[in-house]
Design a protein around this ligand. Sequence first.
Ligand SMILES: Nc1ncnc2c1ncn2[C@@H]1O[C@H](COP(=O)(O)OS(=O)(=O)O)[C@@H](OP(=O)(O)O)[C@H]1O
Ligand SMILES: Nc1ncnc2c1ncn2[C@@H]1O[C@H](COP(=O)(O)OP(=O)(O)O)[C@@H](O)[C@H]1O
Length: 208
Amino acid sequence: MSTVGNSTNIFWHECAVGNIDRQKLLNQKGCVVWITGLSGSGKSTLACSLGRELHSRGKLSYVLDGDNLRHGLNKNLGFSAEDRTENIRRVGEVGKLFADAGLICIASLISPYRKDRDACRGMLPDGSFIEVFMNMPLEVCEERDVKGLYKLARAGKIKGFTGIDDPYEPPLNCEIELKMADGICPTPIDMAGKVASYLGEKGFLHYE
Ligand SMILES: Nc1ncnc2c1ncn2[C@@H]1O[C@H](COP(=O)(O)OS(=O)(=O)O)[C@@H](OP(=O)(O)O)[C@H]1O
Ligand SMILES: Nc1ncnc2c1ncn2[C@@H]1O[C@H](COP(=O)(O)OP(=O)(O)O)[C@@H](O)[C@H]1O
């Protein structure tokens, strides 16, 4: 019997089928691929491209996209520092459940604060939180401006927009950094291939 947060007198219930059984069934190892970067840096594109690549290799993955989750699970949250922290905490917890289910969970969120990403890393077993930094220059993201949000932010019509008047703290020790080379951005397929190769090398795409 214990107290966790505001929950008192709670018990942990073990089930007969565990994480290892599920991973064996799926012939893969559960993990969280956490894609972080500015709005417009290509997070969602990479997440979907990676999901497709893994699917084609017969591996089960699921994308948790920041924008999409704000339509449901996180629709009561805004973009204050506190709300962003809660947003990331919730997605970290959901990612932990997906990884425990044996899936390769692909989370794509701006996740601007290092301490929040590190807290999610701390929820997962060592090695199974793979932080991918979309290191795209602000000018490139702003030039893309698919949703017109940078324009609104520059005009002062959106307050607290990441990269404009709200901070983005780049990772210090991420597993994978994706960036432009000679002014050219690698294709989403190339980026997905790089992440999938990492997962293969680290043994996530088989269970033996
Ligand atoms: N103020 C502000 N700052 C940054 N982004 C904003 C803001 N307001 C709305 N949006 C839109 O919300 C998307 C980011 O949601 P996230 O859940 O990934 O953000 S966070 O991780 O909580 O910072 C983000 O989507 P992406 O462009 O896919 O990153 C924006 O479309
Ligand atoms: N590797 C890439 N090379 C060129 N353009 C890209 C690449 N990845 C994404 N894009 C384009 O950039 C824009 C923003 O991508 P998106 O995945 O929505 O970013 P985010 O989820 O980080 O906001 C889209 O128009 C997308 O087609």
